[in-house]
Design a protein around this ligand. Structure first.
Ligand SMILES: CC(C)(COP(=O)(O)OP(=O)(O)OC[C@H]1O[C@@H](n2cnc3c(N)ncnc32)[C@H](O)[C@@H]1OP(=O)(O)O)[C@@H](O)C(=O)NCCC(=O)NCCS
Length: 134
């Protein structure tokens, strides 16, 4: 397994994985500040994207890095790839001078909630989004 920066020209190869995580993201711009991929058996097995947000409800510092996307293909899960991706994100964030990494998870995503906990993320707050059509 290799964790490395996503290379220019890999958008097409990554898009199916992005769409598995975010089915509505067909026009994903890959504009995140850090785009890491995991390579396993010669194929892209997962990714982690981080942006530097002006602020995040998850963090004390502002600005702060936020884990925007974290995904490992089903056949590759539970083998440490997700952990390795997040560890590489943490290294990058530390190198940028940050001391926190934020993230968010839908409350029904039990696997991700559990995995965040195993990786040392601490729950901060729960939010209900609302929408009113105008
Ligand atoms: C969340 C996800 C990225 C984890 O990737 P992964 O490669 O399976 O993770 P790892 O194998 O590195 O596991 C990391 C830790 O989480 C735990 N973990 C992973 N999946 C788990 C699950 N389904 N249930 C319970 N614990 C789990 C592992 O046991 C491990 O802890 P440990 O090292 O202390 O044993 C992967 O399950 C995934 O892509 N899920 C679908 C997309 C998603 O929900 N992404 C997150 C959106 S917020």
């Amino acid at each position: 397994m290799l964790i490395r920066m996503m290379q220019s020209g890999e958008q097409t190869a990554l898009l199916p994985l992005v769409l598995d995580l975010w089915p509505d993201a067909g026009d994903y711009q890959f504009a995140d500040d850090l785009k890491l991929v995991a390579e396993a058996a010669g194929a892209i097995a997962g990714f982690a994207f981080v942006t530097i947000r002006p602020f995040s409800n998850a963090c004390v510092e502002a600005p702060c890095p936020h884990l925007e996307g974290w995904y490992v293909a089903p056949d590759h899960r539970r083998r440490g790839i997700g952990r390795a991706l997040v560890a590489a994100c943490e290294d990058w964030c530390r190198a940028q001078g940050f001391s926190e990494l934020g993230s968010d998870v839908l409350l029904d995503n039990r696997a991700s909630l559990e995995a965040h906990g195993r990786l040392g993320f601490e729950p901060v707050e729960r939010v209900q989004y609302f929408r009113k059509g105008l």
